[in-house]
Design a protein around this ligand. Structure first.
Ligand code: SF4
Length: 347
């Protein structure tokens, strides 16, 4: 048995050559397309990314176009993908690339790594897929494959395990097909060596080299360190109408959903009487309150348990910005946490 070793390289490349998913960013792997697709794919499924990717490329076809774009444009293109710091970093990096590299990504792993929002995985993916540099791209999928191949019970979140895995894959990189090897590993993790106890070992091109499979541990690996429980926050989210307009507010520049527009909300689950009293105290002239279906939204470290309330005002509340429903739809990127409430505006 060989685990992570040079023996896996050729079977993986042959398997990759024999057929892989047709992904839009693979058909034309320019550095910009690889970079944007990899940033979109962090925390988001491939199927969800397809539509976002083509809309993005139509609107912002190259780095100078991204660097010159308004915040409202690129956050709107990102709306629904979540983790908005990713798109802000893409823009910051594009500006920097225009200032320092003539609007191109550098063909250098360390320089890629120094860009805002680019970690070792993304730098490795761009360096190998777009520039053919022999560097690994090790993400959670590849760590899972490695733990199973080696029958290794170290938690894959362990920093030392990650570092060692990167070093071991670095030693395997072929000088001519590093991008394909990295993509074959990504493809294996996404379609065959699946997470959550469901690897499809019968379809695996490196089953004969897999220690975890031969020891009967494929489905129980990898080990995960126990996760910390998320903090639960109860909130009362408000769909505020004044005539035909909808009231929004902008979140603080730092922290969760930094700088994004949102529906106003108050701490806690307030009863109608409590809510009316709180809004009156804020100087809002409330005409009508109607309860909406509650919603839950899960972020990495916190869960919002939200009661929704439709609020009709007689006059615009001074602390809010009022927009038409069409403006809200076309020009404001509202975090998906609020999407179920906003659907009442479409009724
Ligand atoms: Fe993953 Fe199974 Fe292949 Fe091993 S044999 S790499 S566990 S799919």
């Amino acid at each position: 048995m060989s685990g992570v070793s040079k023996a896996i390289v050729q079977p993986l490349l042959d398997w990759y050559d024999a057929g892989h998913r047709d992904l839009p960013w693979r058909s034309e792997p320019t550095p910009y397309r690889v970079w944007v697709s990899e940033i979109m794919l962090q925390q988001t499924r491939v199927e969800a990314v397809r539509g976002y990717f083509s809309r993005w490329m139509n609107a912002l076809p190259d780095i100078p176009a991204l660097a010159a774009a308004d915040e409202a444009v690129y956050t709107k293109l990102w709306e629904g993908l979540g983790y908005y710091s990713r798109v802000r970093n893409l823009h910051r990096a594009a500006v920097l690339l225009c200032e320092e590299y003539g609007g191109e990504l550098p063909a250098d792993y360390d320089r890629l790594l120094a860009l805002p929002g680019v970690g070792e995985y993304t730098a490795g993916a761009v360096a190998s897929i777009a520039f053919g540099l022999p560097v690994p791209a090790v993400d959670g999928n590849v760590l899972r494959v490695a733990a199973r191949l080696d029958n290794d019970f170290t938690p894959i979140t362990d920093a030392k395990f990650k570092k060692q895995t990167r070093e071991r894959f670095a030693a395997l990189m072929p000088s001519d097909r590093s991008g394909d090897l990295n993509q074959s590993l990504m493809e294996l993790g996404a379609t065959v060596c699946l997470p959550n106890g469901a690897p499809r070992c019968a379809d695996c091109p490196i089953q004969h080299l897999c220690e975890g499979f031969h020891r009967g541990n494929a489905a129980v690996l990898p080990l995960r360190a126990a996760k910390k429980a998320r903090r639960v926050e109860n909130r009362t989210a408000l769909v505020v109408r004044c005539g035909q307009l909808v009231g929004l507010r902008q979140r603080p520049k730092k922290g969760l959903l930094a700088g994004l527009w949102e529906l106003p909300s108050l701490d806690g689950h307030l009863s109608p009487d409590e809510l009316r009293a709180a809004l009156t105290e804020m100087g809002w002239s409330v005409r009508k309150l109607l309860s909406l279906r509650p919603a839950k939204h899960i972020f990495t470290h916190v869960e919002w348990h939200m009661n929704g309330v439709y609020v009709e005002l007689d006059a615009p509340a001074p602390t809010l910005t009022f927009v038409t429903p069409a403006e809200l739809r076309d020009a404001y990127a509202l975090p998906s946490a609020f999407r179920s409430f906003v659907s009442v505006l479409e009724d």
